[in-house]
Design a protein around this ligand. Structure first.
Ligand code: TXA
Ligand code: MG
Length: 311
């Protein structure tokens, strides 16, 4: 398959309308989208990514009104989150409507809905005219793509089109909150920290408090792993170095690594981590040392991804 590269959201949307699959930018990471109501198109997303069939997709909307096509009901907790954080890096899990095919939700009776805030993403979704089911646009298990070039690295020739936008502003995925049960639960830490969610929804629980496997199937799978070995460290000094080592973190290191990135703050670290891990693979780095960060704010999501990369 010949993949078309374009900067025109309307051109990219034509592929969605014709049952194709399209990678597009958002403020978090690039997604790989299909018309959610077209089960055959959704199947192509799983195939192109080699994604396990038991990992549900997030459905992206251009306007809040479209959530009514996806969900059978929008409970009070979800309404509060939607009113506060949409458009933005938040996914709300709701009981699904009949219209959403089971392939998109991996057989679950719930659906994750998200409204991105990036302008080009909104223009694309608006032009599609339908909600768009989209996981991150990487081969399953690889670090998520934060540039269109990283998407091409994994998926060129496997998908219909890549909508070329900017490098993503946030660099880590959305926070996923399950609002389909009695108590709202964070299933996946993301760029909106739980502290911020608690300001409008004090009852919200962290995922550690619930049966993960039952509630968020995707979190069981291997994720975010480069080919290089990832090792978490508290500080870059005193590391025994062999050839082919890299380092990323907040602290400066006096000892030269073969490749290193010192980030300004945790936000910069979060924005840079996936592309850094990909660059390490391009440079055939054998071991990547990643400095641990404090688990407050976006640090919780960053540590979650670092632990998975190191697992
Ligand atoms: O920022 C993001 O969320 C990006 C951009 C493209 O929007 N998307 C993304 O999708 O990260 P993906 O497929 O890589 O991660 C989706 C996560 C998985 O952990 C999945 O299990 C969970 O959301 N999820 C989706 N629908 C769910 C549902 N109905 N119930 C529980 N978890 C769900
Ligand atoms: Mg993903």
């Amino acid at each position: 398959m010949q993949t078309v590269f374009t900067t025109d959201p309307a051109e990219a949307a034509e592929f969605i309308k014709n049952g194709g699959i399209v990678a597009f930018p958002t403020e978090t990471v690039y997604g790989l989208g299909a018309n959610v109501f077209d089960a055959a198109a959704v199947a192509k997303v799983f195939e192109a990514k080699r994604r396990p069939a038991d990992n549900p997709l997030i459905v992206h909307v251009a306007r809040a009104k479209q959530i009514d096509q996806l969900a059978s009901e929008v409970p009070r907790a979800a309404r509060i989150l939607i009113d506060t954080f949409f458009p933005g890096p938040l996914t709300v899990v709701l009981s699904k409507s009949e219209r959403v095919p089971l392939i998109a939700t991996a057989g679950l009776d719930t659906v994750g809905a998200r409204m991105p805030r990036l302008e080009i993403a909104r223009a694309f979704l608006e032009a599609c005219g339908v909600p768009v089911a989209a996981p991150s646009a990487n081969l399953s298990g690889r670090p998520s793509p934060t540039t269109w070039a990283a998407v091409a690295e994994d998926l060129d020739g496997r998908i219909d089109c890549i909508l070329q936008g900017p490098a993503t502003e946030l660099g880590l995925e959305s926070t996923v909150v399950d609002c389909s049960g009695e108590v709202p639960v964070v299933l996946r830490a993301g760029t909106i920290p739980i502290e911020q969610l608690r300001e409008v929804l004090p009852t919200i629980c962290a995922s550690a408090d619930v049966d993960q496997v039952k509630r968020s199937p995707g979190t069981r799978h291997q994720h975010y792993k480069p080919a290089a070995k990832v090792v978490l460290i508290s500080h870059p000094e005193g590391i025994e170095r062999s050839p082919g080592t890299a380092y990323i973190g907040l602290a400066h290191s006096v000892s030269p690594f073969d490749f290193q990135l010192v980030c300004r703050d945790v936000d910069d670290y979060a924005r840079s981590i996936y592309e850094f891990l990909r660059e390490c693979d391009r440079r055939l780095i054998a071991t990547v040392y990643c400095q641990e960060v404090d688990e407050s704010g976006v640090g919780a999501a960053l540590m979650d991804r670092l632990r998975r990369a190191a697992a």
